[in-house]
Write a protein that binds this ligand. Structure first.
Ligand code: XIL
Length: 469
């Protein structure tokens, strides 16, 4: 049987942003002829969030990176053992933060006994790949050990916090430069003030100020954030957070910023809300970061739209750090059964949401307006030396779009399998033409379909059938 080798050369006429050809898979490694996931073929061919972000001094991060060797929740403990995970994380992001590895019961399972296994692994991965690390989870409602919650005396409790913070923050001094010191202090839906968590129960409302002071003493160089959820949806909670944080600032508490989680379910925030939030904290001299963005919905089109809109609005408002809560649906965390909230699918292929975020970053970097409509429908045609009449002939699939809203990305499917993906320059008003060449295809019927995509949506081309042999 003839080796099935497809997509030998990609010639992008005109405006493709990248010129790197997709490498064809050697027949021995891929007897079925199926292309490897895009991520495994080199993210260079589709650009990278990290490359774009870096041009504008933006941190684009993934949180929820688990690197423990033991786990209490039954999920695979060390994601970094998977080469695909490592590859996408290091090529797409310039920052990372742990999932639960830094939460109290995992990092200090017994009083004074610390487990730095997972965190050390995260830090050395980040160092090897020139990424930053944010500390997440110093104080959380989740995952507090019994020995801690058994302490009822405020003095002893405070002493436990000092030991905990000092040991961790001094170990990672210069390695974790930002910390979510307190996570989710307010009641989930707002309107009822502070959560009565394990810290509040012993220290009262001052636990927040105390935590920031202890953290600042442990590492005076670190930037300290207060992390909260859902303020973009609930105006009352938004006000409560503002009152809390501005009170801390007024009291001289060493806080550097607010980390907005931004877990979105079914819909995104009303346009303008995020900008108002960011402006209000900037006026206090504080940073605002997006700390845990993900979109819990069943519809990948609206998911992409929400991701793109949030990132575009955040960047325009002056946010310099955007992290998602994980990046692959292979390791997702959701409260909506069956939802797949992240930018890459279980096989590490980029989803529409990925392209929407990349698009938003690109437009921010290039300072061009975002599209207001999905791309026009491109037209596929086939041409080729000798035409594909015989087994082994070479032919070219051409996509052409003229005089319509351009796309930022192009994907080509062969018999419903993705065979090419490329970033396109959508900032000039000329025609978009992309050609993909196929050769040495065995006899058979090949159905091609292209997609053009921008942050407003995805448009399909015609389908085109090529019969070989
Ligand atoms: C979540 C983890 O992903 C879960 O594994 C754990 O059971 C609960 O905590 N906001 C936060 C994160 O700040 O720490 C939470 O992480 C998700 C919501």
């Amino acid at each position: 049987m003839k080796a099935q080798r497809s997509v030998a050369v990609l010639a992008a006429i005109g405006l493709a942003l990248t010129v790197s050809a997709l490498t064809s898979q050697p027949a021995a490694a891929d007897p079925g002829g199926h292309p490897a996931p895009i991520s495994a073929r080199g993210a260079g061919s589709i650009g990278s969030l990290r490359q774009e972000a870096q041009k504008a001094g933006i941190l684009i991060g993934s949180g929820a990176i688990k690197a423990m060797t033991t786990t209490s929740d039954g999920r695979p403990p060390n994601y970094l053992t998977d080469p695909r995970f490592r590859q996408v994380l290091s090529t797409q992001f310039n920052s990372l933060s742990p999932e639960n590895d830094l939460k109290w019961m995992f990092v200090e399972p017994q009083a004074g006994v610390f487990d730095f296994d997972g965190l050390d692994r995260l830090v050395s991965f980040a160092e090897a790949n020139h990424m930053q690390v944010k500390g997440h989870g110093l104080i959380s409602g989740c995952c507090n050990p019994d020995y801690l919650t058994a302490i009822k005396d405020p003095i002893a409790f405070r002493a436990a916090m000092v030991t905990h913070f000092n040991t961790i923050m001094q170990r990672y001094h210069g390695k974790m430069d930002r910390w979510d010191v307190v996570t989710e202090p307010l009641s989930t839906f707002g309107g009822t003030g502070l959560n009565h968590n394990d810290f509040y129960n012993v220290l009262g409302q001052d636990y927040i100020a105390e935590a920031f002071r202890i953290a600042h003493a442990a590492d005076p160089t670190a930037k300290l954030f207060l992390n909260e959820n859902m303020v973009e949806f609930y105006p009352e909670k938004r006000q409560e957070l503002y009152d809390l944080v501005s009170g801390l600032v007024a009291a001289g508490v060493p806080i550097n910023g607010v980390a907005l989680q931004m877990h979105e379910t079914f819909s995104g925030p009303q346009p303008g809300v995020l900008t108002d939030i960011v402006n209000s904290y900037h006026a206090l001299g504080l940073d605002v970061s997006i700390a845990e963005l993900d979109v819990h919905t069943y519809d990948t089109v609206s998911q992409a739209q929400i991701y793109g809109d949030v990132v575009a609005e955040a960047l325009a408002a002056g946010v310099k750090e955007i992290s998602t809560w994980g990046f692959t649906d292979a390791h997702l965390y959701t409260w909506l059964p069956g939802a797949k909230p992240l930018m890459f699918d279980e096989q590490y292929n980029p989803k529409s949401a990925y392209f929407a975020v990349l698009d938003a970053l690109r437009h921010y970097v290039e300072n061009t307006p975002l599209p207001t409509a999905p791309p026009g429908a491109g037209t596929l045609s086939v041409s080729g030396a000798g035409r594909p009449a015989h087994d082994g002939d070479r032919y070219t699939i051409k996509m052409k779009l003229v005089g319509d809203t351009p796309g930022s990305f192009y994907r080509l499917y062969e018999n419903d399998t993705l065979v090419a993906v490329r970033g396109l320059d959508c900032t000039r008003g000329t025609a978009q033409i992309v050609t993909d060449q196929f050769s040495r295809k065995p006899a058979g019927t090949y159905v091609y379909r292209g997609e053009l995509m921008n942050s407003k949506g995805t448009t399909s081309t015609n389908t085109l059938t090529v019969t070989v042999g």
